[in-house]
Design a protein around this ligand. Structure first.
Ligand code: SAH
Length: 254
């Protein structure tokens, strides 16, 4: 019996934004492995076993999934958005890299998904229209000083920045510290997007100036994006503006 491991990005929330390949893989799996709210998004399949875990035990969860696949099960490991963007894909390959030699012979398929930054940018225009980067504000796996260095370098050299994991109960102060640093580098009118629960029923998207960006608008389900000096708004009568970053280099390149 030969097992298989799917590493699946479920997209931002709405099933219409999940790829057909992800749906096929979910339907074919004998076992689902993931954080509870992600496993809840998979349609029920008779006989399928669900292994639900806490969101913080990523490496343990990866080893568990690999062990099941090595026993011949067809295992789907689930992430929101794209599994390679602050998701389970790296944890799986770390576990393979450090783990059982037999795991290298397993069939592994990474199924791409629509990451939160693509879903959020698409709602409002073309915010990521030129060079951009994604930074996780979580300092679980890296020192906070490194986060600040990366933010400064990205802002000084004209990258649009997508901030994942902007805050949590354990670290409510980080987003404010990030805004304070960015206010020292970018013009006060730089557009900042708070995109919460994109593609879900309670989606909310606010666009404000960096000078007025209030970290209290964000929660764990918010993606925060910061534009460059070149990012522009197109005002519209009675409707939300479009916001886009033009294809030519901005003047924020230091
Ligand atoms: N792999 C995921 C990211 C997981 S990290 C992806 O590619 O999207 C978790 C963070 O992702 C959250 O704190 C939030 O910043 C962002 N996020 C995930 N889904 C989101 C959604 N539907 N709307 C807004 N942000 C989302």
């Amino acid at each position: 019996m030969s097992g298989k491991l799917f590493i699946i990005g479920l997209g931002p929330g709405d099933d219409a934004m999940q790829t057909p390949r992800a749906a096929q893989a979910l339907a074919s799996a004998t076992d689902l492995v993931g954080y509870g709210p992600y496993v809840d998004r998979a349609p029920h399949v008779a006989g399928q076993v669900r292994h639900v875990s806490d969101n913080r035990e990523e490496l343990d969860r990866a080893r568990h999934a690999l062990t099941l696949a090595a026993q011949g099960r067809i295992v789907a490991v689930l992430s929101a958005g794209d599994a390679g963007v602050f998701g389970m894909a790296s944890a799986i390959f770390e576990a393979i890299d450090q783990g059982e030699p037999a795991w290298r012979a397993l069939e592994v398929e990474v199924v791409a998904g629509v990451s939160a930054m693509f879903a959020a940018a698409a709602r409002i225009g073309a915010f990521l229209g030129h060079d951009f980067c994604a930074i996780s504000l979580s300092d679980n796996l890296k020192p906070w000083e490194l986060v600040l260095r990366r933010l400064r370098a990205a802002a000084e050299t004209g990258f649009v920045i997508a901030l994942y994991n902007p805050l949590s109960r354990a670290r409510p102060w980080q987003l404010n510290a990030a805004f304070e640093l960015l206010r020292g580098v970018l013009p006060p009118q730089t557009p900042v997007v708070f995109a919460t629960a994109v593609s879900r029923a309670d989606e909310r998207i606010d666009i404000v100036d960096l000078a007025e960006a209030d970290p209290n608008r964000a929660d764990m389900r918010t993606l925060v994006m910061i534009g460059t000096a070149a990012t522009r708004r197109i005002a519209r009568e009675g409707r939300a503006p479009w916001v886009y970053t033009p294809r030519f280099a901005g003047d924020s390149g230091g």
